[in-house]
Design a protein around this ligand. Structure first.
Ligand code: ADP
Length: 204
């Protein structure tokens, strides 16, 4: 747990009600948390899902691992501690987006169950819907794809602590959605995510 450092701070409540926000946005916000191996298809599916939602007039926004590491989290690496802090921060950001009424699609390897559970708990504490979406792919298939050439580097030792090779990936035990990208093609995977989103009664 990250310690609260500042003292003498008080939560300042607003006046906007969840009902007002729903009416204003035409939807309720939520976080769809994509977790899975590098190369499993998180970013590819997230891009397509975001586009479908936008085309339908919804408010959606993607939060993506590498993109966030180039900005907000540029001071973090891939040690276990940094991975945990990476997920903690992005969990907070995603919760803010969702609280603002946006469908936040967060794509992060997020290999540790405990870190994902903390993000889930953070959302629950704030009454913000959270859905863990396991973007599952066998290591063999992900390594075969190797879209960024990272597995090759990990196998040769150029990259250390790479998830699935010499760092663990803890599979979700209770994900709300399980997508298998080594079994279904991209179009089918996207359709399954969209169907799942539609089932959550988020739209006014
Ligand atoms: P991640 O974000 O999980 O690291 P990427 O989305 O960057 O993964 O890369 C996944 C790669 O796998 C892309 O090159 C994509 O075209 C390919 N791919 C093949 N089949 C699928 C599928 N069913 N769903 C998603 N991506 C797929």
């Amino acid at each position: 747990m990250t310690e609260q450092v500042a003292t003498n701070i008080t939560w300042h409540e607003g006046t906007v009600t969840p009902e007002e926000r729903l009416k204003n946005m035409g939807q309720k916000g939520a976080t769809f948390w994509f977790t899975g191996l590098s190369g499993s298809g998180k970013s590819t599916i997230a891009v397509a899902v975001e586009q479908v939602l936008l085309n339908r007039g919804h408010h959606a926004y993607r939060l993506d691992g590498d993109n966030i590491r180039m900005g907000l989290n540029k001071n973090l690496g891939f040690s276990p501690e940094d991975r945990t802090e990476n997920i903690r921060r992005i969990g907070e950001v995603s919760k803010l987006f969702a609280d603002a009424g946006v469908l936040s699609i967060a794509s992060f390897i997020s290999p540790y169950t405990e870190d994902r559970d903390q993000v889930r708990a953070l959302h629950a504490e704030n009454g913000v819907p959270f859905f863990e979406c396991y973007i599952d792919c066998s290591l063999e298939a992900a390594e075969e794809r190797d879209p960024k050439g990272l597995y090759k580097k990990a196998r040769s030792g150029e990259i250390k602590g790479f998830t699935g090779i010499d760092a663990p990936y803890e599979e979700p035990a209770n994900a709300e959605l399980h997508i298998k990208t080594h079994e279904d093609d991209l179009e089918t995977c996207v359709a399954k995510v969209i169907d799942f989103i539609d089932e959550q009664n988020l739209f006014a």
